[in-house]
Design a protein around this ligand. Structure first.
Ligand code: RB5
Length: 147
């Protein structure tokens, strides 16, 4: 699978380990930053990754901040992004199978390396099931403020 990864300063410390893990599993990974642990704003990196994923059809993203909350909220503002905040292998599997998630998000302050690796494995092994889930995902894609 082709991955892009980005974090804020609170997700920076685990980024290299995640990249190494993905590469060891045979995936392609591009690091979209940041390139130092200096304080940054998570919406900037969420936006950068989200735009990249949308333009590179079939690619996937990993976004990490302190909790995973802010960076997932921000990424989901971009059309075509389905960013899932996950906490374990089950949620990482289900976000692919039911929600066709294209970005896996988590919090560095929430999960340890073992859980991170199990989430990546689950996310990569699962496939979107389509069927009754397809119409729901399509409804997400055209959600706008009611006029
Ligand atoms: C940074 O301190 C923290 O607020 C950020 O990484 C994230 O957890 C926000 O949702």
């Amino acid at each position: 699978m082709k991955f892009y990864i980005a974090t804020d300063h609170a997700g920076y410390a685990v980024k290299e380990d995640v990249i190494e893990y993905l590469k060891a599993k045979g995936h392609e990974v591009t690091d979209l930053g940041p390139d130092s642990p200096q304080r940054v704003d998570y919406p900037d990196f969420a936006k950068k990754l989200a735009n990249t994923i949308v333009k590179d059809e079939g690619s996937f993203g990993i976004l990490i901040c302190g909790t995973g909350i802010g960076i997932s909220i921000a990424a989901n503002k971009v059309d075509g992004i389905r960013a899932a905040l996950c906490h374990d292998a089950y949620t990482a599997q289900m976000c692919r199978e039911h929600n066709d998630a294209n970005v896996l998000c988590f919090g560095e302050r929430v999960v340890g390396q073992g859980v991170i690796e199990s989430m990546i494995d689950a996310f990569c092994s699962a496939e979107f099931q389509g069927g009754r889930h397809l119409g729901r995902v399509q409804k997400i894609g055209c959600m706008r403020v009611d006029s």
